[in-house]
Design a protein around this ligand. Structure first.
Ligand SMILES: [Cu+2]
Length: 176
C-alpha cells in the first residue's frame, strides 16, 4: 500500500505542473472561438415544403471581421443575404464577400435587411424548438473563426424593449 502511494504522488505532481499551461491553452482557445457577441438570435419557423429559412440576430465583434457563412445540421448550407427593393419587389442577394462587422459596432440581422439564410432544409423548423447554427467569420488576414449559437425558432419577430414597455403601460391603464 505504501508503494502505491509513493507511485501516485509523482504523477500527480506532473499533472499539476502541466495544469497552468493547459488552462492557458484553453483560455486562448475560448477567446479565439468567441470573437463575436451574439444577441437575440432567432430563426423563422417554416411552413410545409419550405426549403429555406431566415436567421436573425445582433452581432458585435471585438475586432474587424466579416461574417462569411453559416452552417447547421438542419440545412445543406447557409448564406449571408441582403435584401433590397427592386421597384416593388423585394429581392434577396447572397453577399459573396460576406457582411462587414466593424470592431465594436453592432450589426443587426433582421427581416427586410441583412440575414442568414439556411438553404435546402433537411427538416422543417418548428416553432419553440432550437437549432444549432455555426457562424463563420474571416478577419483581414483571411483567418477563419467560428461561433456556435443555439437559435430559438419563432413565428414572429421578437418585440423590441420599447414595444414591450408600451404594452405593459397599456395593460396597466386598462386595469384602472
Ligand atoms: Cu435570404
Amino acid at each position: 500500500m505504501k508503494n502505491t502511494t509513493s507511485f501516485a504522488w509523482p504523477s500527480l505532481g506532473k499533472a499539476s505542473r502541466l495544469l497552468p499551461a493547459l488552462l492557458l491553452a484553453l483560455a486562448s482557445n475560448l477567446s479565439f472561438a468567441q470573437p463575436v457577441t451574439v444577441v437575440e438570435p432567432w430563426a423563422r419557423a417554416t411552413v410545409q415544403g419550405q426549403k429555406a429559412a431566415g436567421v436573425f440576430m445582433r452581432l458585435t465583434s471585438a475586432s474587424d471581421l466579416r461574417l462569411v457563412s453559416a452552417s447547421s445540421p438542419v440545412a445543406a448550407f447557409g448564406q449571408v443575404h441582403a435584401m433590397r427593393m427592386e421597384g416593388d419587389i423585394m429581392k434577396m442577394q447572397a453577399l459573396k464577400n460576406g457582411l462587414e462587422l466593424p470592431a465594436g459596432k453592432t450589426v443587426e440581422l433582421k427581416p427586410g435587411s441583412y440575414h442568414l439564410m439556411l438553404m435546402d432544409l433537411k427538416q422543417p423548423l418548428l416553432k419553440d424548438s432550437t437549432i444549432p447554427v455555426s457562424l463563420v467569420f474571416v478577419d483581414a488576414k483571411g483567418t477563419q473563426s467560428q461561433t456556435e449559437v443555439t437559435v430559438p425558432v419563432r413565428t414572429l419577430v421578437p418585440m423590441a424593449p420599447a414595444q414591450q414597455a408600451r404594452h405593459i403601460d397599456a395593460s396597466e391603464s386598462a386595469q384602472k
